[in-house]
Design a protein around this ligand. Structure first.
Ligand SMILES: C[S@@+](CC[C@H](N)C(=O)[O-])C[C@H]1O[C@@H](n2cnc3c(N)ncnc32)[C@H](O)[C@@H]1O
Length: 290
């Protein structure tokens, strides 16, 4: 099982320039982008963070050959300031957010992210804290559940899905991914190329991890810690995420947008890595304080 990083060449190109040396990789994951950066830049350093302690172990092993040039922290975007304080670093040259989940998380059944694999309904990126999907699914009021499935998943049958979930949990609580996926598939109207459980699972995952709230806080903190002319790069896989990034870049007066339109992966990258298909990259440059 492996995670293939997306838009690596495009990211490196945006981080080119001798002055861009210290990269804050806010989503270090399995270390794919970090490794490519450290290989391309012999004097480069990465401060990497991930809220998933298990995946961070994978990055530790992969980035070990770079020694002190890669320093990793178990932390969420919301704690980004604390990480930089602990590192004693005032400003970084670049920050990268490669959003969403890693294939390693998705393909590990016991993490509960996948509707294809049978596992406990968990979906937390950080298993050491917070409410898991099992609590969310078994206690959220029907209306609220419908709203979040619609807003975060774009599921048009959200009301029917929420009703089916509530009816079923009155009789028996949900505890596994396959059980939930079955109920969702039965409730979704219409045929589609993708599995009918996809959108609901995505919405639940985003809610469990407060992904959009975390993203807003992370972008804000990173932009504040970029040095003048530093780069902020964000890769999103979901229209909700991309909207947050786009709005932040447009409204943040300390940033100049470098990508009028988001960069998309080439056809050949999508062929090699189907997960790349929905990716969009936006980049910005830090301006001097007014
Ligand atoms: C798409 S993967 C990153 C892959 C990585 N760039 C690579 O090349 O291997 C996204 C990672 O971000 C982490 N993540 C998502 N939201 C986070 C947050 N709010 N704070 C910290 N890490 C987060 C996930 O745990 C996951 O490992």
């Amino acid at each position: 099982m492996e995670h293939t990083p997306v838009l690596v060449a495009e990211t490196l190109e945006l981080l080119e320039g001798t002055a861009l040396r210290v990269l804050l990789d806010a989503t270090v994951g399995a270390g794919g982008h970090a490794c490519a950066f450290l290989e391309a830049k012999v004097d480069g350093e990465v401060i990497g963070l991930d809220r998933d302690a298990e995946i961070l172990d994978v990055a530790r092993e992969r980035l070990a050959p770079f020694g002190e040039r890669a320093r990793l922290h178990h932390a969420a975007f919301a704690d980004l300031e604390l990480v930089l304080q602990a590192e004693g670093i005032e400003r970084v040259d670049a920050a990268l957010f490669d959003l969403g989940v890693s294939s390693l998380q998705l393909e590990t059944a016991e993490r509960g992210f996948s509707f294809r694999l049978s596992g406990p309904l968990d979906m937390r990126m950080d298993r050491s804290c917070g409410e898991s999907a099992v609590e969310l699914v078994n206690r959220t009021p029907e209306r609220h559940l419908a709203d979040l499935i619609f807003e975060l998943g774009g599921e048009r049958s959200a009301r029917r899905v929420a009703r089916a979930i509530v009816e079923r949990r009155r009789r028996r609580r949900f505890s596994t991914t396959d059980d939930l996926a079955r109920v969702v598939r039965e409730a979704v109207r219409g045929r589609s190329r993708i599995d009918a459980a996809t959108r609901t699972f995505q919405a639940l995952r985003m809610a469990v991890n407060d992904e959009l709230g975390q993203l807003e806080r992370g972008l804000e903190a990173a932009a504040g810690r970029l040095r003048v002319d530093g780069r902020l790069v964000a890769i999103s896989f979901h229209s909700g995420e991309d909207r947050v990034v786009k709005r932040f870049f447009r409204e943040e007066r300390r940033l100049e947008v470098l990508t009028r339109k988001p960069l998309r992966p080439s056809d050949s990258e999508c062929e090699r890595n189907p997960r790349a298909r929905s990716s969009r990259l936006r980049a910005a440059r830090r301006l001097a304080d007014a």
